[in-house]
Write a protein that binds this ligand. Structure first.
Ligand code: FO1
Length: 326
């Protein structure tokens, strides 16, 4: 079975680990291709940093710091302290000593002219994540956030908004800079076209899934895909499980609730991208009218509190896909 997923950072990576391990535990021989968000990427200290690709690579490769969900386990911050001692900012983005190796290699290969999908494959040769990890595009696409500035506005990089300001500055708009001229990375459209199942893990609908959909061709490929497309709500009981998706959703006028996110993605029968949607049991009532709008619903325990529950959730998305395929 060929499974293709779109994925952002921490929540997406955890879900993918459950999917891979849940399938491995069962008999399910499956090949998983992950289309990773690269609009979080940032140039810092002369290095190109790809947070969402690294969260997936480290989480599935066994190198992730479990509490943070980003960066390396058993991390040290000596280089960061040295940079701060020079007053060489920004000091609000934590680059760990072990994590730095990834960015140094990625930047060196990028300077040598290798495209991001080849660089990502090279880095994954060390980590062996057990999935094919593709960047959504090899081209530069960055989410910038428009925030109030006096009686006007200014745009800041997503990472500054997210990490330095903890998304506390009201976001007037999100722009994926460069998206209009970006092309899907090699393998991305094929992975969507050839999939037996397509999954949207509980990633941020605006700056992760939304950013991937901003690359021309990807949304159309999803619309045309023969595979059922199943999403998992990142919102439980009116709040994001972690991260600050609520700040992103309110910025685009979408209520922070499980049904509203599904409606935002839209039913495939109405030119949206969803055939099925998993909500937490506490949101079953609220999602009751989605089937009437072409989106099948399954209510499950969405909290990925431990590996077993994460695997159960991942397998539940496949079960809904099977149901819809019949
Ligand atoms: N997130 C933070 O909240 N604080 C940080 O200092 C930070 C550093 C960092 C370094 C490398 C990396 O790959 C990710 C990092 N993140 C940090 C997470 C990053 O902001 C992600 O883009 C978000 O978690 C959204 O996916």
């Amino acid at each position: 079975m060929r499974i293709t997923t779109l994925a952002g950072g921490i929540g997406g990576a955890r879900f993918l680990r459950g999917l891979r391990d849940g399938l491995a535990a069962g008999t399910g021989a499956a090949e998983i291709t992950v289309i990773g968000n690269t609009a979080d990427d940032i140039d810092l200290f002369g290095l190109r940093i790809c947070p969402d690709l690294d969260s997936v690579m480290y989480t599935l490769g066994g190198g992730i710091d479990e509490d943070r969900g980003w960066g390396r386990a058993d991390e040290g911050w000596r280089a960061k302290d040295e940079l701060a001692a020079y007053g060489y900012g920004p000091d609000w983005f934590g680059l760990g000593d072990r994590d730095l190796a990834t960015h140094l290699i990625r930047t060196q290969l990028r300077t040598a002219g290798y495209p991001l999908h080849e660089i990502t494959a090279a880095l994954c040769r060390r980590w062996e994540p057990g999935v094919v990890l593709l960047p959504m595009t090899d081209d530069r696409v960055e989410t910038h956030v428009v925030v109030p500035d006096g009686d006007g506005t200014r745009a800041i990089h997503f990472q500054e908004w997210w990490v330095r300001h903890r998304a506390a500055l009201p976001a007037v708009a999100f722009h994926q800079i460069g998206a209009e001229s970006a092309r899907p990375a090699p393998g991305v459209l094929e992975a969507i076209r050839e999939a037996d199942v397509i999954l949207l893990p509980p990633s941020n609908p605006v700056v992760s899934i939304g950013a991937i959909l901003s690359v021309p061709g990807i949304r159309d490929a999803l619309l045309a895909a023969h595979a059922p497309i199943i999403g998992v709500s990142p919102i439980i009981g009116g709040a994001p499980v972690r991260g600050m998706a609520d700040a992103c959703l309110s910025a685009i006028g979408v209520p922070t609730d499980a049904a509203a996110v599904a409606t935002h993605y839209g039913a495939r029968s109405a030119s949206g991208i969803l055939d099925g949607w998993l909500v937490d049991t506490v949101d079953a009532e609220q999602a009751a009218d989605l089937p009437g709008h072409g989106i099948a619903v399954a209510a499950r325990d969405l909290l990925m509190a431990d590996p077993a529950r994460t695997q159960d959730l991942a397998l539940a998305t496949l079960a809904l896909a099977q149901e819809l395929r019949r």
